[in-house]
Design a protein around this ligand. Structure first.
Ligand SMILES: [Fe+2]
Length: 229
């Protein structure tokens, strides 16, 4: 398993200004932020490893594979900037105004990485467009088909799969086959060639190490939700 470069993982440290003028008195908020951070890193590592496998299956060279894996590590970094608005969430339904904020996370991530001078424009564009759908119904720019950077098309598939098979405090994880069925229902969102390659990846024998990683992450969430009760 690829665990991410130090330089990228250090970007997840919660910055003082995330919650505005909060003081040290709000320990719960701080604890929730740390848990959000841990979850974000686990999710990033999973997406990175899925992206590595998919890029390999599609025949991309090792330089591109490691770029898309690094983009996988930090693809949701923009979410940490709005975690103060979403923290402690135990229910699945987002309010309209929350959806508006969540939809800003690819742009927030792109801006954050530009400010920190992480990667080049091509790298940051993978992150900016990782929620674009192949039929043009995604965000932030509603671009479609081959207009969407190749890396973003890879991340889109891996991100959705990673989210579905991961346990959340508000819902259980989907089994591999159910997750794939749900993705087939939404296949208009994906590059079909990439999606077919992804199906081969998840059914390959050497996918077991990724399955194990998913199980380990899900058991952590179990412990956490028990603590919340
Ligand atoms: Fe995302």
């Amino acid at each position: 398993m690829y665990r991410g470069k130090k330089e990228l993982l250090s970007l997840f440290s919660v910055e003082d200004d995330v919650f505005g003028n909060e003081t040290e008195s709000d320990m719960d908020l701080e604890k929730a932020a740390l848990e959000d951070t841990e979850e974000a890193i686990d999710h990033g590592i999973l997406v990175a490893n899925l992206a590595l496998r998919l890029a390999e299956e599609l025949g991309f060279d090792s330089e591109f594979r490691s770029r898309v894996a690094d983009a996988g590590i930090v693809h949701d970094i923009g979410k940490l900037q709005i975690s103060g608005l979403l923290y402690g969430r135990k229910e699945g339904v987002l309010r309209i105004e929350e959806i508006k904020y969540v939809r800003r996370h690819p742009t927030l991530g792109y801006n954050f990485l530009s400010k920190k001078k992480i990667g080049d424009e091509e790298f940051r564009n993978m992150i900016l467009h990782h929620h674009e759908n192949f039929d043009g119904s995604g965000y932030p720019d509603n671009i479609k088909g081959e207009m969407i950077p190749v890396g973003s098309r890879i991340l889109r598939i891996c991100d959705v799969y990673a989210a579905l098979v991961s346990e959340r405090p508000y819902r259980p994880a989907f089994e591999k086959d159910n997750a794939m069925e749900l993705m087939i229902d939404e296949v208009k969102n994906f590059d079909m060639t990439f999606f077919l390659a992804f199906m081969r990846v998840v059914h390959a024998d050497d996918f077991a190490s990724i399955d194990d990683y998913i199980k380990r992450c899900n058991s952590k969430v179990h412990v956490k939700s028990k603590r919340l009760q």
